[in-house]
Structures are given as C-alpha cells and as structure tokens.
Design a protein around this ligand. Structure first.
Ligand code: ADP
Ligand code: MG
Length: 303
C-alpha cells in the first residue's frame, strides 16, 4: 500500500519490507534478521557487521554526559557481536551535531568510546561528520568469529533450556543503559565450554527478544516467573517489557543446560529461566502462584 505510514507498519514491519528490497550475495551467510550480519571470509573465519544509531532527544539528552553517551553508542554494538559469538575488530563512528555544540562534549563522546575500544581490544578507524539540527551518533562495528561457533537466533529446539545473564528490568531508571558492560566475556566463556543453540542480546525486553528467537527458530517456550532475576525494584512486567537490558539470552541442549546448572565455580552468572517448547505452545509463563499465562511477545516500539 503506497499510502501506508511507518507508524502503521511498525519497526519490524518496515524492516521486513526493506529486507524484501535487498538482495544478498552468496558469501553473505546472514543478512537482515539477526543481531549482526555474517559475511564469509577465509577458511573458518567469518566477519560480523552491525550498526546502531542514537539521537538526541530520543535516546539521550546532552546532560547525560558525552562519555556515557559514547559508551552506550559502542557498547550496544559490542553486545550484538557478543550475541553472535564473535569479538569486535574495528568501528566507524559518524556524528551529526549543531554548529554550537561544545567541542568538550564531542571529545568526551570519543573518550567514552575509546575507553571501550581499549577494554575490548578494537579500534575506531573512521567515520563521517556532518552538521545537523540535533546530535546524532551512528556507530558501525566489524567483528570476527569462527564460522563453526556462530550462534544464530534460529537454532533453538524443543526441549532446549533457556538461560539469561541478568539482572533484567528498569535499565533506563537505573542508568544501566548508559553504563552497562556488554557480555562479551560471558559469550566467549560459553562458546569455549558449551554449545549454545540460539542466542540474542536483550535490547527490546525479555518477551520481545525471546519472541525473536522463537520466531526465527519456529518454536514456543515456557518461562518461570520465580526464576527471573530482576534489578532491585523491577517488577516482572519491567523484566518482560523494558528495553535496553543488554543481557544475553541463549538456549542450550538439555544435557548441556544441566551441565551449566551443575557447574561449580563458574566465573560468570547464568540464570535458567525456562524451556523451549513446540511452536503451537507459543510463549507462556508459569507465575509465582503456579498459574500458566500467555505472554505477549511485543517489543519496545520505536514508532
Ligand atoms: P538489534 O536490536 O539486535 O540491534 P534490530 O532490532 O535493531 O536489532 O534490527 C533487527 C534486524 O533488522 C537486524 O538484522 C538489523 O540489521 C536489521 N535492520 C534494522 N534497521 C534496518 C535498516 N534501516 N535497513 C536494513 N536493515 C535494518
Ligand atoms: Mg541485538
């Protein structure tokens, strides 16, 4: 429909239409539809590519401080690379800013980004700079992974156990969205010792992002309210539907899941929250009273 507006289609409807207009080369192993694109390279190496955009007045206000905003701009990309099972290599960062913007703000932005780049061993290698009415920041991050270790959203199988890193909920209120550590170390630990069947980073809320895994994997799931580890003062609703947790959600074959639960002295915390079911079971939650209820897999809506 020619007259249709973005607000009618929604973010994911729009992305679906964009996907239909694009053609992927045969060496693109995954285009639109996962946490990053996956591009074949030499031998067992693959390249990962992802991008995120932040706009003043939508995702941040200047008073949050340049460093924190810079941190967020790159940390959400690292989180997406971690969710595929890769590690970051290089970033290009583009900024738009009004001419009256203080240089100290822009420098702080880059200090925040550079500090993450050093911590996670990648480099900022370029970008673009334009004048704009509001401040916008777009970061694209290139990563690398072993082809045999890539974890797509689509691999969850009936019986698999669902795990998350935590805590979940109230990221905006607690400022976690500006300060979070992307779960790269957790992802690398998992890949070294386990074989996740599906993985995603929780950026749109537990329900929405588990929903993405279920859709891609053609599966259903049950989660257990009492097992969901929440941020202080967060409700189950917060954990299910708040955005920007940037925790990892992954699934493991039950034998592997039991091994993870029984592992002693793990360097990281992984919380078992539910099980993958048949597609017809959709998504349900057993609440703290033992009642089963349907969970809507809606996400944080940008439009
Ligand atoms: P994430 O939350 O992991 O960053 P998104 O929900 O933003 O992922 O995006 C879902 C998928 O849609 C990704 O594969 C992303 O690359 C793709 N996508 C989002 N916006 C666009 C766009 N404007 N053009 C092409 N692909 C897009
Ligand atoms: Mg993601």
């Amino acid at each position: 429909m020619k007259s249709e507006k973005i607000s009618q289609l929604g973010e994911f409807g729009l992305i679906g239409q964009i996907a239909r207009l694009t053609k992927t080369r045969p060496d693109i192993l995954k285009g639109i539809g996962d946490d990053t694109a996956v591009i074949a390279s030499k031998g067992n190496d693959v390249l990962l590519l992802t991008t995120d955009m932040l706009a003043e007045g939508v995702h941040f206000t200047k008073n949050m401080g340049g460093r924190a905003i810079g941190h967020k701009a790159l940390a959400c990309n690292i989180s997406d690379i971690a969710a595929m099972g890769g590690a970051p290599l290089a970033a290009v960062v583009s900024i738009g800013a009004p001419p009256a913007t203080k240089i100290s703000f822009i420098k702080d932005l880059y200090r925040g980004m550079e500090s993450l780049a050093r911590r996670f061993h990648f480099s900022i290698v370029g970008g673009d700079t334009i004048a704009n009415k509001n401040i916008v920041i777009n970061a694209a991050l290139l990563g690398r992974a072993q082809k045999s270790e890539i974890v797509y959203r689509s691999g969850a199988k009936k019986g698999d156990m669902i795990f998350v890193t935590a805590p979940l909920g109230r990221s905006l209120q607690t400022k976690k969205h500006l300060t979070f550590t992307p779960r790269l170390a957790e992802s690398q630990y998992l890949l070294k010792h386990f074989r996740p069947t599906a993985m995603i980073d929780i950026s749109d809320g537990l329900a929405g992002d588990l929903g993405h895994i279920l859709k891609a994997s053609k599966a259903g799931a049950v989660i257990y309210e009492k097992l969901i580890f929440k941020t202080p003062r967060a409700t189950t609703q917060n954990a299910l539907y708040d955005g920007e947790d940037f925790e990892l959600l992954f699934t493991l074959h039950p034998a592997q899941g039991r091994k993870l639960i029984l592992s002693k002295n793990l360097p990281y915390k992984f919380y078992y929250i539910g099980d993958i079911l048949h597609k017809n079971d959709r998504l349900t939650m057993i609440d703290t009273k033992g009642n089963r209820r349907a969970i809507e897999t809606k996400s944080f809506a940008h439009f």
